[in-house]
Design a protein. Structure first.
Length: 330
């Protein structure tokens, strides 16, 4: 097959490109480097089976040649990023999804939407099943991401029903691993970078809120299986093992050998109190469930961030770097 992956220079997009290439498919990667990074795809540049287009999917998009799949992964995905880029986040969920769907329709390709557990908001049902409609504040600060993804799901289903398109929707739960951006605001990367730099680990609230952490290899395996053999209804892909944020901090401290203390700060607005996927559909439909224990996965991720310790990518977000990282004008 030949597939297009939007957001290909991002954390998940780059790993997904690796997986398709591993199985001898051709990949066209598209990214504008708003939150993606060229380092994530540097190892792919120059391969005959990989092409890269620097482009904003929220604008008119043309890709030459046939496509068998369009996988839409472009979007800021961490609270720090979508609060910094609220309008581009809404645009990529609406205009970007529309453009990607239109391209898939024109090419006769399968369309795959990377949605999120954030569509469930601060859930009143626990664990969260795909049939749960969610508890989302549309005008809160997180609404730009939550509602962008909910809209993208609605548009995907509209194209499926009206145009008869072959579509997939994955709801991705907290995922971590190599190629996460340092200091991107996600709890695993934040804790690891803070611990390695000898800084206090920032816990919001009292740390009793829960999350479920899926290692990137497991997440990509579930996503790939869903693209290849799922159906049009949303599927949760995530790890059902649940940890408090405070427990995660303790796991990171142990994995890094750090003596960093924990620093408590006020809980952000609309921060979910619980988050855990029901993966019954993934198990029955795809034969998938995660294999990597959180302690093993954190240890692997720590080693990745250790390799970046001397890199300017590890600098605090508010500390100016000697030279700017590449960013698209759009």
């Amino acid at each position: 097959m030949r597939v297009l992956i939007t957001g290909a220079a991002g954390f998940l997009g780059s790993h997904l490109a690796d997986r398709f290439l591993l199985d001898h498919h051709a990949v066209v990667g598209l990214d504008n480097f708003v939150t993606g990074h060229p380092d994530n795809i540097a190892h792919l540049v120059g391969r005959d089976s990989f092409e890269f287009i620097r482009h904003n999917i929220s604008t008119y998009t043309f890709v030459a040649g046939p496509l068998d799949g369009v996988l839409h992964f472009a979007s800021p995905a961490s609270p720090v990023d979508y609060l910094e880029h609220p309008i581009p986040t809404l645009k990529v969920g609406a205009l970007g999804t529309h453009n990607a769907l239109g391209l898939a329709k024109a090419k006769g390709a399968r369309f795959f939407l990377a949605s999120t557990s954030e569509v469930y908001g601060d859930p009143l049902v626990h664990p969260q099943t795909e049939s749960y409609w969610g508890n989302v504040n549309p005008i809160g600060p997180r609404g730009v991401y939550d509602e962008a993804k909910r809209y993208a799901e609605a548009m995907t289903m509209a194209y499926h029903r009206y145009h008869g398109m072959d579509t997939r929707i994955v709801r991705i739960f907290n995922t971590y691993g190599p190629r996460m951006r340092p200091r991107d605001g996600r709890v695993v990367s934040n804790f690891i970078v803070q611990a390695l730099c000898g800084e206090p680990l920032t816990v919001y609230g009292d740390g009793s809120q829960t999350r479920s952490f899926c290692y990137v290899d497991d997440e990509i395996d579930g996503i790939y299986r869903l693209f290849m053999g799922g159906d049009s209804q949303p599927v949760n892909i995530g790890n059902p093992d649940e940890y408090t944020v405070r427990q995660l901090a303790e796991i990171v401290v142990a994995a890094t050998g750090s003596t960093s203390p924990i620093e408590y700060k006020p809980l952000p607005v609309d921060d979910p109190k619980v988050r855990r996927p029901d993966i019954t559909r993934a198990r029955s439909l795809l034969g998938w469930e995660p294999k990597v224990d959180v302690r093993e996965g954190v240890a692997r991720t720590v080693e990745y961030f250790r390799s970046l310790l001397d890199s300017e990518r590890m600098r605090p977000r508010d500390e100016p770097a000697p030279r700017p990282a590449p960013r698209s004008a759009t």
